[in-house]
Write a protein that binds this ligand. Sequence first.
Ligand SMILES: [Zn+2]
Length: 300
Amino acid sequence: MIRFLPVLFLSLAAASAAPKPAPATPAPAPPAPAAATPAPPPATALPATALPADASAPPPAGMPKSTFSQCHVEGPYVAMTFDDGPHGANTPRLLEMLRQRKIHATFFLVGQCVAEFPDIVKKIVADGHEIANHSWSHPQLSTMSEATVRDQLQKTHDAIIAACGVTPTIMRPPYGAFTARQRAWAHGEWGYKCILWDVDPLDWKVRNSEHVKTEILKQTVPGSIILSHDIHKTTVDAMPETLDALLAKGFKFVTVSELIAMDKPVAPKPKATPAPKTDASETAKAEPAATPVPAAKPKP
Ligand SMILES: [Zn+2]
């Protein structure tokens, strides 16, 4: 299954990154993935009013936009995000780095880690960061039944509230894998906005602090949502220099919800535009299964 993920996500990315077809020349449907098996139908029907598959496409009239991979803002604002924790050693270390720089970030928490480290969750909130739902055990939700997805999100939702009293309003599906129907459904069920990313340093794969820093600095632009993982020591080790360099370039850090609140609709571009940078970066939108959360983790 793991080796199919790149194929699956290349296909998903191709679908989501495809330019909008001109009215007279509709784009052909993207080819079906050769290796990936189609997602089974959900156990129960999802609402028929699904959002378009293109995460960047405007929602249907009357529906609020609920999926973001970056924002369009006036000003040098970016959101730093940390996934898969909290981690017993690396997250407290990171919190100190953020506190020293008066930076607020967003933490996409895995439910079973929340249950293991509720005191760290309290500390994240006490320091002014945003917390969000990243599923209970980090599965690929896009191929699971509605009942299982509901269980993954509800258990985490409840664990976060139990740990710190804050109700999360945003979520990020592991590997970025969440169908348009699921996004619309989760928005209806929990009011969740689905948060993806436009900056991916591949820190889950390349465990090298210099690489993490270089990629983040190279890819970040105003409105960026920066993906990283505070469960990896190399990522946290990269943060002092990365954050200082971003600050030196004039970037200002806000939480994801703050960034979304600043989001402005993009004016339609005249004529054909060159393929945006996201065409390439979208292909990296999978967080491949290199960082699964083990069912039972030893205490650090
Ligand atoms: Zn993750």
